[in-house]
Each structure stands twice: as structure tokens, then as C-alpha cells.
Design a protein around this ligand. Structure first.
Ligand SMILES: C[S@@+](CC[C@H](N)C(=O)[O-])C[C@H]1O[C@@H](n2cnc3c(N)ncnc32)[C@H](O)[C@@H]1O
Length: 255
């Protein structure tokens, strides 16, 4: 899978790409990221990319010409690609969209804005606007990296243990189960006995139940279309929690 990033801060992107899962995937050649410096596509001596907003008001607006020139250059290879404008106004990114991009696209071109954003006419040259959440960042670079990282994790061979992506939060419609490592006891907090039992069937059941518990507590909105087996575990969990609430020893769920 290939990613192209258009930014005025290439070094921000390049720095992140050297490390961890993404860095390994790039070294293995199972993913590729090409970073373009928007200023290389300006035509004036000062390599200017912004100007004052028409109509007045605070801040600067990124001009369309450098983006247009860069996209023309990038697209000149004729390869099909999805051009994404990173913007707080776009479709909200999620694990489902990460999977969609991984399955349906071979090349994603990610456009990073800065300042007050990019001249509205950029929208004529992009396929989709994507937001990584309901908050405003100073630039699209973090959003581009969020998309690259979450999609690269889905490429077979990107993770040390391929099963670990399957178990991640959201992959099966609920959150991940709790993880523990050494020491067995820390500040009086013990690792649950079941994880030390060596009984893999019981461990799997415990993990499923704890994943459902996490989801019920923090993201009950995700608990839809559960399998009959998961529904049975959820019902057991709810009656356990209800019992504890009645006994006054359990905090009610958040939502
Ligand atoms: C300061 S923001 C501009 C925000 C714009 N004035 C607005 O309110 O919609 C500058 C750039 O950061 C990026 N950005 C900010 N928040 C983002 C988000 N939640 N998701 C994706 N990109 C974001 C976009 O590329 C945007 O052009």
C-alpha cells in the first residue's frame, strides 16, 4: 500500500515514519510513504503558500495554486489514487474506515492544511474530506499520520504477531480486553489468577468477558449485532453488575 503526503512540514511526517510498526513495514517494503513538500510547488521567490482571506478576518488561508501544481505532478503517473483532504469538517475517521481504505485503495494521497485551512476551491480536486475527530488541530500532519499508522497495521506482516491486530479494540465491534505483564504483583495489585492458570479455554472466556465489560463501561454504543454467545456473556455480566450495584459495591456504568 502506498501513501503520499502533501505538507509544508515534511520533517514532521518523516520523523514518525522511522519508528515502530510503520518504520518496520516501510523497511520490509510492504508499505511505502512518499512525502511532498508543498513549497516545492510554489512559483515565487519566497515559496509562499498562504495569503490574507478575502472578506477579511483573522489568520491566513493556504492558496490553491501550490496544491493544484503538486496534485498535477503527483497524478502525472496516471496511477489510480484516492485524494483525501484532511479537515475537521470531513467524514469522521474510524477503524471501519481504516479497513475500508486498506481493502479498497492501493494509493492514498493525504493533503495537510495549516493556518485557517485551504482555499475552498481545493475541494474540486479531492475525492473525500476526512476528519480524525471533533477537535481542531493546528495542521493536517497528525491526522495524516493517524490514517497511515492505522491502515499500515492492517497490512499482513506489519505487526510482529498478526493475531494482535485481530484482537485490537474495534476490530470485532468492541474494545480490547485488559493486558498484564510482569511483575505478578505491583503495589498490592495482583495479575488476575486466571491469566496465570495456563487454562487457555478459561483465559479466552475471561478475555471475552472483560472486553465486553470494558465496552459496556466506556462505549456501550458499540454493543450492537452481538453473536448469541457474546450476548449470553453480556447478559451474565449485566446481572453480575446489577447484583453488585444492589449490594452497593459496584459503580454504575458511565452511560
Ligand atoms: C487550524 S486547522 C483549520 C480549521 C478550520 N478553520 C476549521 O475550523 O474547520 C488547519 C488544518 O489542520 C487540519 N486539521 C485540523 N483539525 C483536523 C481534524 N480534526 N481532522 C483532520 N485534519 C484536521 C486540516 O488540514 C486543516 O486545514
Amino acid at each position: 500500500m502506498k501513501f503520499e503526503v502533501l505538507t509544508i512540514f515534511p520533517e514532521v511526517i518523516e520523523c514518525y515514519l522511522k519508528h515502530g510498526v510503520v518504520g518496520r513495514a516501510l523497511n520490509k517494503g510492504i508499505a511505502e510513504v512518499k512525502v511532498y513538500n508543498l513549497r516545492d510547488f510554489t512559483t515565487d521567490r519566497h515559496r509562499k503558500v498562504d495569503d490574507y482571506p478575502y472578506g477579511g478576518g483573522a489568520g491566513m488561508v493556504m492558496q490553491i495554486e501550490p496544491f493544484y501544481n503538486a496534485l498535477r505532478h503527483i497524478k502525472s503517473d496516471g496511477i489510480p489514487r484516492k485524494v483525501i483532504l484532511l479537515s475537521p469538517q470531513g467524514r469522521r475517521f474510524s477503524q471501519r474506515i481504516a479497513k475500508e481504505f486498506y481493502k479498497e485503495e492501493k494509493t492514498l494521497t493525504l493533503i495537510c492544511g495549516r493556518y485557517e485551512g485551504i482555499d475552498e476551491r481545493i475541494k474540486a480536486f479531492v475525492d473525500e474530506e476526512i476528519s480524525i475527530g471533533d477537535y481542531v488541530l493546528s495542521g493536517g500532519e497528525l491526522a495524516a499520520l493517524v490514517i497511515i499508522d492505522s491502515v499500515v497495521r492492517l497490512i499482513p506482516g506489519a505487526l510482529g504477531d498478526e493475531l494482535s491486530a485481530e484482537e485490537d479494540s474495534f476490530m470485532k465491534g468492541f474494545l480490547d480486553y485488559p493486558h498484564y505483564t510482569r511483575p505478578e504483583e505491583f503495589e498490592g495489585m495482583r495479575v488476575p489468577d486466571i491469566l496465570l492458570s495456563g487454562d487457555h479455554k478459561k483465559i479466552a472466556l475471561w478475555r471475552k468477558k472483560e472486553a465486553l465489560r470494558n465496552t459496556l463501561k466506556n462505549r456501550p454504543d458499540l454493543l450492537k449485532n452481538l453473536s448469541a454467545e457474546d450476548m449470553k456473556i453480556l447478559k451474565e455480566l449485566c446481572s453480575e453488575i446489577n447484583k453488585k450495584i444492589l449490594e452497593g459495591v459496584h459503580e454504575p456504568v458511565n452511560n
